[in-house]
Design a protein around this ligand. Sequence first.
Ligand code: PMP
Length: 352
Amino acid sequence: MSLAEQLTRQNIKGLVPYASARRSMSGGRIWLNANESPFANDYQLDSSVLNRYPDFQPPELIKSYAQFAGVQTNQVIASRGADEAIELLIRTFCENDESIMICPPTYGMYAISAETSNINTKKVPLNADFSLNLDAMAQQKSGVKVVFICTPNNPTGSVISHEQIKAVLDMFEGQAIVAIDEAYIEFSPENSVASWVSQYPNLAVMRTLSKAFALAGIRCGFTLANQHIIEAMSKVIPPYPISWPVAQIACQALSADGIARMQSQLGCINEQKARIAQALTELPYIYEVLPSASNFIMFRTEHKKALFDTLIEQGILIRDYSSQVMLDNSLRISVGNKEETDALLSVMKAFN
Ligand code: PMP
């Protein structure tokens, strides 16, 4: 055993480093596995500032995002993607003998971040209709300091009702932060609870530029919450999380033009999503297509492995969720551009 292995913390030993599924792809490159945007936009960069450390929280970026989200500037903190926000919430609010609560099937990073911080994860599965099981959450609430709820939920595409979110905020009042992950909210903005942050002292809303804003490559996310939550997170985040290039690009994406471009790209994605949903419904080997409020579609087929492998052979990568709780036979497709959808559907229609 190497010295590093001997010295590694117990809770880290069993983990494996992240490895992208894309590493096994040879040939084609149609990546429909990570819910990215298919659009690559142009940005200007000013390199004259690069010899200086960036601002801790670039004021123009914070102002632009606060305006976009409809909150005050002291209710926003920017981080390296929403993934860093998840980690910050856990590191800021959970003591070692306390827990987070998650409602699977849901985004995987909540449990992974808890594990790397040696924090316990209480899992309260969603109901069969993908709503929250409020009774079970109440039964297990002891010792919970952060509750993660993803809406629209990755990977199901389902939405948690405002009524249920209110019930959870009340259930955990005075006890825990309720972190609502709105990574995909631009695809169904009516479901957002960002406007509630002044009203609920225990609400945090996570956002990202990685999805609708087509900027997964720059790693920029935000947490929206009352100023006391933001101040607490500011104590934990490293000094210069947002590099100059990230801040410059993000500000351009959040300008009026950038937002208008994002909206028009949303329209294109929604068009392709409708095409994919319709086509999947007509394929005889698919027995369920889940409605989605997001930029991806989950479906079920008895032939998931053969279909997944056939798509890979044709250079198209989607995501297999079939080993997860409640997701037997489930595959998820991220919606791409028209050409990618053409290629995807032609392989799927020929498959039998
Ligand atoms: N939350 C959810 C639900 C996600 O799907 C993702 C990205 N896959 C993230 C957070 C992380 O986003 P970011 O790229 O901003 O770290």
